[in-house]
Design a protein around this ligand. Structure first.
Ligand code: ZN
Length: 132
């Protein structure tokens, strides 16, 4: 059993802070101690953890990743979105966070982000809670 969080992205490249939504899943599960797995079932989106205090961090992140993997670079993939596929695998499709006393154990400045690399689209984030 797992929970599906629907996420609607609004830009081509975007990082959406989903920390509160994931915490809500943890809270409603009633699990006090365990592990939270966050998984993105897409090939052009990803999930990561990074600073959520200064919005410029996200701005810089998206700016630089688009330089590292440019949208146009003579790719062969017929869909024309190879850059998004590459970025998704670079960032990764899952994160694991410890649950302690019913709270996600995140650092002071950390937030959980859904990374959109080929938006805008409707995305799904799967959240699995394991008690223990
Ligand atoms: Zn594709």
């Amino acid at each position: 059993m797992y929970t599906t969080l629907p996420v609607k992205t609004t830009r081509h490249t975007q990082m959406l802070d989903i920390t509160r939504d994931v915490q809500k899943v943890v809270t409603s599960s009633g699990v006090k101690n365990g592990l939270c797995i966050i998984y993105v079932p897409h090939t052009t989106a990803a999930v990561t953890i990074n600073e959520n205090a200064d919005p410029d961090v996200v701005r810089d992140f998206t700016m630089e990743i688009n330089k590292i993997v440019p949208w146009e670079d003579g790719y062969h993939h017929f869909e024309g979105n190879s850059a998004a596929h590459l970025k998704s695998s670079m960032i990764g499709f899952s994160e694991q966070i410890i649950i302690d006393e019913g709270r996600l154990v995140l650092g002071t400045w950390q937030g959980i982000y859904l990374c959109e690399f080929d938006g805008p689209r409707r995305r799904k984030v799967y959240v699995k809670i394991i008690e223990g």
